[in-house]
Design a protein around this ligand. Structure first.
Ligand SMILES: O=C(O)CCC(=O)C(=O)O
Length: 476
């Protein structure tokens, strides 16, 4: 553990002054170490170069009469996440448009069909001291993208140093998932019919491969605020949610939670003093994108087609049967979700609505028996100790998800996710008859080691499997 610094002489200062003074002292300490000092100087030079480039681009745009490229830099939002009665809607800050490259920024993006997000290689500079602390370190991923590393400063120390930073570094070394990947199917929607695209996804999931469809939907980049959530998804700012707080997780990995409202979370979404996310916001009305709705055999056959001749005698149906169908994730910049597979043996789909995600999927290098697979998955439970073995057993690929990209994961897919900028994502879970061989393996592993390897438990799964069984004779 690095030494913890206490500054009793700062005790009388206001929190903001204290934070600035702590940052100054942190920088001074870093400069005493020649290696760290050089890193800080290099970062400074890089920032200057970028600033210079922006000024040049702005001038060029003015010369050719185009609207100047917009490089948003905002002030941090209020440090406190408390809902203050005086906090009006107008106080909100517009998040940075980090996903647009300069060429696209200069384009008109008023028509939804014109908007094609492209990956900007520097995802760090625009958010330093705005969404994340100024002293955040950065990492360059294998696709060339530079992102911040997790940073939560407590008493002048980044408490993410030992775990979160180490795991992000580890993940950043895996190669980018290429279009011709043997482990991930990249499907171009192009002129495929609904049936063809649905079959392509279904076939990949059946063969235990994740599927990526780039730019599945497009819309203008929104401002991530309570209006956006309410207007587009019906998410009320007064809804109470469970928040994962990184500072809590550092203290006790199994207790990262706290309660808040959406308004409180959004008020603090650009607060550099913390990293939080909401990972389980029910959004039952969304469901699968229309093209894929028939893939959800639990609903299409199980629930829809059995309740007349096989009524729910108890009168009770677990609400998770509907609430996990579709959900939303809301993240601050710098949140890392550790490697895991989703519970209950369900297929997962996700679509980034705004922001960016580095979605890392793992596939075993060799075909393994169920027992060997369980052992191989257990390596992730203490990845620092086993990182060499993970590298020799697992093949990892990084899928960089931009707004509109859609991903499907087969049942039991081991994955980790890094969110380098604040993001809003929708997704859901479903079951299909063709994938039950993978559902079985995943549930079997959960039956032995769920506490180490999965995210959430839902009690609905068995009810859905019963319904799917009753519907078997009616399958086409
Ligand atoms: O976005 C994240 O941080 C985690 C999402 C995830 O792992 C999931 O939806 O299964």
């Amino acid at each position: 553990m690095p030494p913890r610094f206490r500054y009793p002489d700062l005790d009388g200062l206001l929190p903001e002054q204290k934070h600035i003074e702590q940052q100054k002292r942190w920088c001074a300490r870093q400069m005493q170490d020649p290696e760290k000092a050089e890193r800080i100087r290099a970062r400074g030079r890089e920032n200057k170069r970028e600033q210079h480039l922006r000024t040049k681009l702005r001038q060029q745009s003015l010369e050719i009469g185009a609207p100047p490229p917009r490089f948003h830099r905002q002030m941090p939002s209020p440090a406190s996440s408390d809902v203050s009665p005086s906090h009006s809607m107008d106080d909100r800050v517009t998040p940075t448009r980090y996903m647009l490259d300069t060429a696209v920024m200069a384009d008109s993006i008023s028509s939804p069909t014109n908007y094609k997000p492209t990956l900007k290689l520097d995802l760090a500079s625009d958010i330093l001291s705005i969404q994340v602390p100024l002293q955040s370190q950065t990492v360059t991923w294998s696709d060339g993208c530079r992102t911040v590393l997790p940073c939560v400063m407590v008493k002048g120390i980044n408490v993410c140093e030992d775990n979160d930073i180490a795991v992000v570094h580890f993940l950043s070394l895996f190669p980018k998932s290429k279009f011709d990947s043997a482990n991930v199917n990249h499907i171009e929607r192009g002129n495929l019919t609904r049936g063809q695209v649905q079959d392509a996804v279904s076939e990949a999931l059946c063969r235990n491969k994740p599927v990526v469809i780039r730019g599945f939907s497009s819309h203008d980049p929104p401002t991530l605020d309570t209006d956006y959530l309410e207007t587009n998804f019906g998410i009320s700012c007064r809804m109470r949610v469970i928040v994962h707080n990184v500072a809590n997780r550092v203290n006790d990995f199994s207790r990262p939670h706290m309660e808040a409202t959406i308004q409180q979370f959004i008020n603090g979404i650009n607060d550099p003093s913390k990293i939080q996310c909401i990972s389980d916001m029910p959004l039952s009305q969304m469901g699968l994108p229309q093209e894929f709705q028939l893939l959800d055999h639990g609903l299409v056959y199980g629930w829809n087609q059995t309740t007349v001749d096989c009524p729910v005698c108890s009168g009770k149906v677990h609400p998770d049967n509907f609430t996990v169908k579709s959900w939303a994730l809301l993240h601050q910049a710098g949140f890392i979700t550790y490697p895991h597979h989703d519970a209950d043996g369900a297929v997962t789909f996700v679509q980034v609505q705004t922001g960016i995600k580095f979605w890392i999927v793992f596939t075993t290098k060799e075909k393994l028996s169920r027992t060997a697979l369980l052992k191989a998955q257990m390596l992730f439970a203490d990845w620092q100790k086993h990182h060499r073995e993970i590298e020799s057993t697992w093949h990892g690929e990084v899928i960089t998800l931009l707004p509109g990209d859609l991903v499907f994961q087969p049942a039991g897919q081991v994955h980790a996710v890094y969110t380098p900028v604040s993001s809003f994502t929708t997704g859901g879970n479903f079951y299909g008859y063709e994938y039950l061989h993978l559902t079985k393996i995943s549930r079997c592993i959960d039956a032995h080691k769920a506490e180490f390897l999965t995210n959430q438990f839902h009690e609905n799964a068995l009810e859905t499997f019963q319904r799917m069984t009753v519907a078997l004779p009616r399958l086409p």
